[in-house]
Ligand binder design. Structure first.
Ligand code: PLP
Length: 400
């Protein structure tokens, strides 16, 4: 009765079962997977959020496939602050970046076509591609003290017939920004292979350091047809408002054709409400208040993590430049799942194992840097306690 594309495995994994059991007992959980800013005390001012919704545009319906013009103009102004000139005519509003991905996969790929995605990265890509009848082809990000795309693998996988290549700038969870030279090479290969670039920039305002990354946005000129995605969930810490967008850029003829086709896709759904698009210009301004608070939280948590790491050489943090996550490499005496389940069951600390983000290596864990500072510090203290416990158990097992 049901489509093949929805025949997912839905039984909970070991970690999900352990979490469920703990929640049923009402036992404490220090959640280091939490990256929803509305649950970490980082939401923008409630009054200002709600005030923006009471505007008269919410009462009228002027369908526009791209979304309300005033909203798109405010997005152009956002990019202008990043040194990029973006015409409101090249912007399409969507209800999330997930919907933006769906529009683009529909635009670019036929059933069975392949989409290149970074590995490790955002776990939703397989679902987003699968729901649009595409397959994902991972291209590895390699780490040797800093992350970069394996360009050889990228080219080999792209060559036959990939229709689009996704880059996440900075990537989730590695926190790595693309370098300008890396982008130039990726774009050159995409342009030569009739493959579009999709740049997910939802975390691009969250560099760890106060100096900006060399490449602020991919909305500028590129040799490949490029679609840049972002939205309110990270820029303004308003995931509940469900607003994202696509910016089309790149060679003019291809961009014009893409925009004309996207217009038909977007016109078919007209999915963004008048209330939300009417509030967008005011909501976007809230980033000036919320982003410094989020950056301060992330830096404070990174600092307490690094302090704990300095005293525990058995654990290392992989280098990152931005985003909301840190990757920890634990001793290879347990799998990442065993570490995560052990941490939850013995210490009440919930973390994501690296394989959740398609990390091919064992014993890596991903922690969110958004939780409240006291909770984060205590969870990290317990994590290091668990590592010490496991290492001494392991050495007594091996008779050391
Ligand atoms: C890389 C990346 N893109 C997109 C999103 C989600 O964006 P949206 O809420 O607009 O769908 C996330 C959420 O964590 C993400 O990590």
């Amino acid at each position: 009765m049901f489509s093949q594309r929805t025949s997912w495995r839905r039984d909970p994994n070991r970690l999900a079962r352990a979490l469920e059991a703990r929640n049923e007992r009402g036992a404490e959980v220090l959640d280091l997977t939490e990256s929803n800013p509305t649950r970490c005390g980082l939401a923008p001012s409630p009054d200002r959020v709600l005030r923006a919704l009471s505007n008269r545009q919410a009462l009228e319906y002027h369908p526009d496939p791209r979304g309300a013009k005033a909203a798109r103009v405010s997005i152009s102004a956002y990019y202008a602050e990043r040194g990029a000139e973006v015409s409101p005519e090249d912007i399409f509003l969507t209800t999330s970046t997930s919907e933006a991905y769906a529009y683009l996969f529909r635009l670019l790929a036929d059933p069975g076509d392949e989409i290149l995605v970074p590995q490790p990265s955002y776990p939703l890509f397989d679902f987003l591609a699968g729901l649009n009848d595409c397959a994902t082809l991972p291209y590895p990000l390699v780490y040797d003290g800093r992350w970069q795309a394996d360009l050889g693998a990228f080219e080999v996988r792209m060559m036959p017939h990939a229709k689009a290549a996704v880059v996440v700038h900075p990537n989730n969870p590695t926190g790595s920004f693309l370098q300008p030279s890396e982008l130039a090479r990726l774009a050159e290969r995409c342009a030569a292979g009739d493959c579009a670039l999709i740049a997910d920039e939802v975390f691009s305002d969250y560099a760890f350091e106060s100096t900006q990354p060399a490449l602020r946005t991919l909305t500028g000129a590129s040799s490949a047809l490029t679609f840049t995605l972002s939205g309110l969930s990270k820029i303004c810490a308003l995931p509940q408002m469900k607003l994202g967008w696509i910016v089309a850029s790149g060679p003019e003829a291809e961009r014009n054709e893409a925009v004309a086709r996207l217009e038909v896709i977007a016109d078919t759904y007209l999915s963004v409400s008048a209330a939300v698009s009417g509030a967008l210009p005011e909501w976007l301004e809230l980033r000036r208040d919320v982003q410094p608070r989020i950056r301060a939280r992330v830096r404070a948590n990174l600092a307490s993590l690094d302090l704990a790491l300095a005293a525990s050489p058995a654990v290392t943090r992989l280098s990152a430049q931005g985003g909301w996550y840190a990757i920890l490499k634990l001793p290879a005496i347990r799998s990442d799942e065993d570490w995560a389940v052990g941490l939850l069951e013995r210490q009440g600390v919930y973390v994501h194992p690296g394989h959740f983000f398609e990390m091919p290596w064992e014993s890596h864990l991903v922690v969110s840097l958004l939780p409240e500072e006291g909770t984060f510090r205590e969870a990290i203290r317990r994590l290091f306690g668990e590592v010490r416990r496991a290492m001494s158990e392991d050495s007594s097992l091996h008779g050391e």
